[in-house]
Design a protein around this ligand. Structure first.
Ligand code: G3I
Length: 337
């Protein structure tokens, strides 16, 4: 019998997992409840899942995950209220079906839509969802202002919508619900700086932001210390922090597609997880939770991105739900020798 990850990490932080409805039934559900103390909805709380048509809300699939989590005493992380992806087309169109423009009227319209969206979610879930990724991936270190030039940004002619989103969320949800800004590559110095500046500006403007989410989609050769350095740097901002979407790619470059996983990379990945969890556990006081972006390799997004990659194996459990070197790297690295 395997030692449950949540027991091994009990003195450090809750260990979470992003799931779809298929993982809360059958054998995957048993594995999930055994090892994890928190769940994130991988796709089912995104704007296109919850409000596919304006005014028509669908919580069915999100509720399957929430109900399972509550029945098993797991904490729930909401992902996400505002994003530039997986947002239905109507959101960015006016009544005549034309794209929204950079005008005051359209800014008001899109914020009214966000408000209606967030209020419906708050009415449905209240404080049953512990934290929300209020805004997702709004940063782009290549831009001089550090902000992604998304449709949201274009309509506002800048990042003003970010603060508005947090104010809308704070008014809608009970005080105890934590409000996060979430992004990837926050371990790299350029993105770290963009995140630091954004959160500092938000706090100076008295915007109610509670925390920073580090997605941590990394690969087995990225220096694990980098994430630790970012966590340390953000402490000065006096906000909460969490690792929200961890996975460790075994690809040597992004487009690589191999018929099978090279076995030596799985071992290297085990050592990688060992080092990374040492970095994270040293900073347990600064982390609200650490969440894996998927339960087992066969359901990982990396299998299909940016091309079909059958060799990808970024998680703790393999296609047959068996613990991999990645798991042993965290729990007992002597098994890797
Ligand atoms: O549901 C349809 C299905 O009907 C269709 O047959 C199939 C064919 O392509 O697509 C299915 O939708 C896919 C969906 O996942 C559900 O599996 C979409 O194509 C696919 O684009 C979508 O990918 C998701 C991705 O976000 C989209 O941006 C991944 O599952 C999800 O893990 C990923 O998660 C993101 C986080 O939200 C934000 N951070 C990065 C992370 C990884 O990209």
């Amino acid at each position: 019998d395997l030692l449950p990850l949540k027991d091994f990490l009990a003195d450090d932080f809750p260990i979470g997992c992003a799931v779809e409805p298929a993982e809360v039934v059958g054998r995957p559900a048993e594995l999930l409840a055994l090892h994890f103390g928190q769940v994130t909805t991988g796709n089912q709380m995104k704007p296109d899942a919850i409000q596919p048509t304006e005014g028509v809300f669908d919580f069915t699939r999100a509720d399957q995950i929430v109900d399972f989590a509550e029945a098993n005493g797991m904490r729930i992380w909401g992902h996400t209220l505002l994003w530039h992806n997986q947002t239905p087309a109507w959101w960015f169109l006016d009544a005549d079906g034309a794209p929204l423009q950079n005008t005051r009227a359209h800014q008001r319209l899109i914020l009214d839509r966000l408000k209606a969206h967030v209020e419906a979610i708050a009415e449905h879930y209240g404080d049953r969802v512990w934290a929300w990724d209020v805004v997702n991936e709004v940063l782009d270190p290549e831009q001089t202002d550090g902000l992604r030039h998304s449709r949201w940004y274009e309509i506002f002619g800048g990042g003003k919508y970010i603060g508005e989103a947090f104010k809308i969320a704070r008014r809608a949800f009970p005080r105890c619900v934590k409000l996060f800004v979430n992004d990837y590559n926050t371990e790299f110095p350029d993105k770290r700086e963009a995140m630091y500046n954004l959160v500092q500006d938000l706090k100076r403007g008295r915007v109610p932001v509670d925390g920073i989410g580090h997605q941590a989609h990394v690969d087995y050769r990225r220096d694990p210390q980098l994430l630790g350095e970012s966590i340390d740097a953000f402490k000065r901002l006096r906000v909460l922090q969490a690792v929200t979407e961890l996975d460790v790619s075994v690809s040597d470059h992004m487009e690589e597609s191999l018929p099978a996983t090279p076995p030596e990379r799985l071992v290297a990945q085990g050592w990688y997880y060992n080092e990374l969890f040492a970095v994270l556990r040293e900073r347990a006081d600064d982390l609200e939770s650490v969440t894996m972006w998927g339960l087992y390799d066969a359901v990982s997004w990396l299998r299909n991105w940016p091309v079909s990659r059958p060799h990808e194996a970024p998680l703790f459990f393999d296609d047959r739900l068996q613990a991999k070197a990645a798991y042993w790297g965290v729990v007992d690295p002597t098994q890797l020798e």
